[in-house]
Design a protein around this ligand. Structure first.
Ligand SMILES: C[S@@+](CC[C@H](N)C(=O)[O-])C[C@H]1O[C@@H](n2cnc3c(N)ncnc32)[C@H](O)[C@@H]1O
Length: 359
């Protein structure tokens, strides 16, 4: 028997299994992507009954799938059942599938939104091209793997490509709506706002939800890149304000910013926060921020994993030195940019933490 190079390391049965599981992990997101691409969740949900169906019955409901292979769909459904996306019932060797609560997040609502767009957004070809070279972010962090793979930044590419731009907005809206519903239920931080600016507001979906809940807000501004706003829908009560938050931010008594800072380096975050500081009045102004916030310790909970996985996504796609920060790091960045007061609301969501910066 050949002597292992690693000397006395003899992996246990459990270890041999775990490393193979990790090595094959790509099957999970790519199968999820296939399910969204095929519109499987809508097909299964069609009448709202979520009745367990065989793969053949699901295939018969799929759009554009006349020659589809039900056996191969069943292989995907089985694997994703083990990740909690589907329920499986076996009766006399026949397998039937229904949607779990996680699976239901892929069903499109009356506005065409679901978490499906987020899944598709993450697995577009230019993003996928960056993943085999994640190691480059370690060897030389001055250029992102996405830029090495595609010759331009992700946001530049979205701006130049209407389809990517649209998918990005759908992805943001699909994920934002459930989160915004959760915060608007109990958070009172928008009370008293008169001029509210959503900094990097994308489609305007979050801002719309805020003004629907707070009709007393007199002016609502969706501030984002010109190319993004050109694709964003016109929403009554919302003014689109094209611009670049590295240059300036429109004035308001309340600024809202969701899922922005994590993408950028510390210096860039300070630039954005400085511009927010300038846009707020000295008395009574408030910056409300929602960002993925890392717990200080590392464990194998779903929360820690989702946040750490998102951190690698940022490193690979957006900024090699942009990163998911801890609450303490956000507090420090606020202090460095003239916001000595920091209040955290970590309980609305397990992925995003909401915090308020005031002067
Ligand atoms: C991750 S998305 C978050 C969108 C939205 N806030 C949400 O949570 O659904 C980041 C947003 O920042 C915008 N953005 C990126 N760079 C920008 C810049 N320099 N100035 C203004 N907006 C920018 C993007 O166009 C995008 O809409």
């Amino acid at each position: 028997m050949a002597k292992p190079k690693s000397g006395s390391i003899v992996p246990s049965k459990e270890t041999r299994l775990l490393i193979l599981e990790l090595a094959n992990m790509l099957s999970v997101p790519m199968s999820l992507n296939a399910v969204v691409h095929l519109k499987v969740a809508d097909a299964m949900w069609q009448d709202g009954s979520n009745t367990p169906l065989t793969a053949s019955e699901i295939v018969a409901r799929l759009p554009d799938a006349a020659n589809a292979d039900a056996e191969n769909l069943q292989r995907i459904l089985r694997m994703l059942t083990s990740y909690g996306v589907f329920n499986e019932k076996i009766n006399a060797s026949e397998r039937r599938y229904s949607l779990t609560d996680v699976g239901k997040t892929l069903v499109t609502d009356e506005n065409g939104l679901s978490y499906g767009a987020y899944v598709l957004q993450h697995h577009q070809d230019p993003l996928m091209k960056a993943w085999p070279i994640v190691h480059e972010a370690v060897l030389d962090s001055s250029t992102e793997p996405f830029v090495i793979a595609n010759g331009m930044s992700a946001y530049d590419m979205y701006s130049q490509n209407p389809e990517m731009n649209k998918l990005m907005q759908q992805a943001m809206s699909g994920v934002s709506v459930p989160f915004m519903n959760a915060i608007l239920e109990t958070y009172h931080g928008f009370d008293g706002a008169e001029t509210l600016v959503d900094v990097g507001g994308s489609s305007g979906e979050s801002l719309k939800m805020i003004i629907d809940k707070h009709p007393e807000i007199k002016t609502a501004i969706n501030f984002d890149l010109p190319e993004v706003l050109a694709e964003a829908p016109d929403i009554p009560g919302i003014t689109k304000w094209p611009g670049d938050f590295f240059e300036s931010v429109p004035n308001g008594d309340t600024l809202f910013m969701k899922w922005i800072l994590t993408t950028w380096t510390d210096d860039e975050v300070k630039q954005i926060l400085n511009n927010c500081h300038k846009a707020l009045p000295d008395q009574g102004g408030k910056l409300i921020v929602c960002e993925p916030v890392l717990p200080p310790d590392t464990d194998d909970s779903n929360r820690t994993r989702a946040l750490l996985e998102g951190d690698i996504f940022v490193m690979t796609i957006y900024r090699a030195k942009g990163y998911h920060r801890t609450e303490e790091q956000y507090k420090e960045l606020g202090i460095a940019t003239g916001f000595p007061n920091f209040k955290s609301f970590p309980y609305f969501d397990d992925f995003w933490t909401l915090f308020e910066y005031t002067k």
